[in-house]
Design a protein. Structure first.
Length: 425
């Protein structure tokens, strides 16, 4: 079993008129979707950067309560990804389903100004994550369908780099608003809502629609004359593919031991004695490294194989856990931990969907991406709940130690399951 079939032939970029056009390493579709993700991530990361502090310090939630809410925030999208991916395959209009997801997330941002307790907050965050779940698989399917197999790592790396540019700008914007505004948290939520609307407008205006994509030869078998709609049985049957089953299983195992970003930042703040006013900038450290390494990691995955890069990313995360557990609280500690955290995302976030795209048929691309994404997100949801409960009962150090041991064991299992076969990488 291996993570990606690098011997698979690239899909020819041939238009319906039979004219073979030159293949671009990074298509205009990828760049347009990257711009949408950049703007949307500015909005989302403004909220994400302040949410842990807002909930724990301002609203006084316990670590267990925060773990439950964080699990909802990161896990609800998992329950919707399958719906988004299957709908995109069924109606054969990935932009439409992605647009519905972006629009729902934008509508939820102003509601954060109105809720002040755990229950209503959970509902609003669940709806916002529903939008994320709807858009993720159709968006990634569009990226993979518009890119030849040998350049998919690069394409996903470029998209993730643009996406992460928004993740860099979001915390900076939140930091500046918190320092300047009297009611800082509500000001952050208000500005975030306005930016989210801008992202939806860019999607509508600049991302090609179904007809334009078909005219450019993007969509392949999914839009072939006489092709029939995809049904749920066909989507479920994807797990009969051995390589996809292995990818899904490993993504779930590793997700069960991947501590939520918010908990990593809270642990780092406590470990390195970082002031509350600097807390919103911690995601900036992760995002900056992610931004710098996303494209090189994608190109490396295209050249040496997805497996090595994917596992190296988890090794970096394990090293970050070790620093949080045992390294002395020196000024360098935050930079080292956040650097390893960013390396983890650069080596995994785009590499995994690129690997999935290599083994799933075009007409089921959205469903296949959703299967793996759903498994991973549900596992991380469970991890958030378990880590929050362990922190409450045993303390942060023992909770993190347990996660580190689990990650080490799961990475070893993934290395065996995804090992190269027949000389392929």
């Amino acid at each position: 079993m291996y993570l990606a079939d690098r011997a698979a032939p690239a899909r020819a970029n041939t238009a319906p008129d039979g004219v073979r056009r030159p293949v671009r390493r990074v298509s205009q579709v990828v760049l347009a979707l990257g711009a949408v993700s950049l703007i949307t991530d500015v909005s989302s990361e403004m909220v994400t950067a302040v949410l842990p502090l807002y909930l724990v310090v301002s609203l006084g939630l316990s670590p267990l309560g925060f773990g439950a809410l964080d699990g909802v925030y990161n896990g609800v999208s998992a329950l919707v990804q399958l719906t988004g991916g299957h709908l995109a395959d069924r109606v054969r209009d990935h932009k439409l389903i992605a647009g519905l997801g972006y629009g729902l997330s934008a509508l939820c941002k102003p509601l954060l100004l109105l809720v002040q307790s755990l229950g209503p907050l959970g509902v609003v965050l669940a709806l916002e994550r529903t939008g994320k779940g709807l858009r993720t698989s159709p968006r990634d399917a569009l990226i993979s369908l518009s890119t030849p197999a040998e350049h998919r790592g690069r394409a996903f790396g470029v998209h993730r780099a643009m996406d992460t540019t928004g993740a860099v700008l979001g915390p900076i914007t939140a930091f500046l608003i918190l320092r300047a505004a009297t009611d800082g948290y509500h000001a952050v939520f208000g500005v975030s809502a306005c930016v989210a609307v801008l992202g939806v407008l860019v999607l509508v205006l600049f991302v090609p629609g179904k007809r334009q994509l078909a005219a450019e030869g993007i969509g392949g078998a999914a839009d072939a004359p006489g092709s029939r709609p995809v049904n749920l049985r066909e989507a479920a049957a994807l797990l009969r593919l051995p390589r996809l089953r292995a990818l899904t299983g490993c993504a779930v195992l590793l997700g069960l031991t991947t501590v939520s970003d918010a908990f990593v930042y809270l642990l780092l703040q406590h470990r390195a004695h970082i002031g509350e006013e600097w807390f919103p900038l911690m995601p900036l450290g992760t995002a900056s490294v992610f931004l710098l390494l996303a494209v090189p990691a994608g190109v490396l995955a295209d050249r040496v194989g997805r497996r090595a890069v994917f596992l190296a990313g988890h090794a970096g995360l394990l090293a970050g856990y070790a620093l949080l557990l045992w390294a002395p609280a020196t000024p360098a500690l935050p930079y080292l931990v956040l650097g390893l955290h960013g390396l983890f995302y650069a080596a995994t976030d785009g590499v995994l969907p690129a690997a999935v795209s290599d083994v799933v048929p075009e007409e089921l691309r959205g469903s296949g991406l959703a299967l793996v994404g759903t498994g991973q997100a549900l596992a991380r949801f469970c991890c958030s709940l378990a880590f929050g409960a362990a922190w409450t009962v045993w303390g942060d150090t023992r909770a993190l130690f347990g996660s580190a041991i689990g990650l080490l064991l799961c990475a070893l299992v993934a290395g065996l399951v995804l090992r190269p076969a027949g000389g392929r990488r």
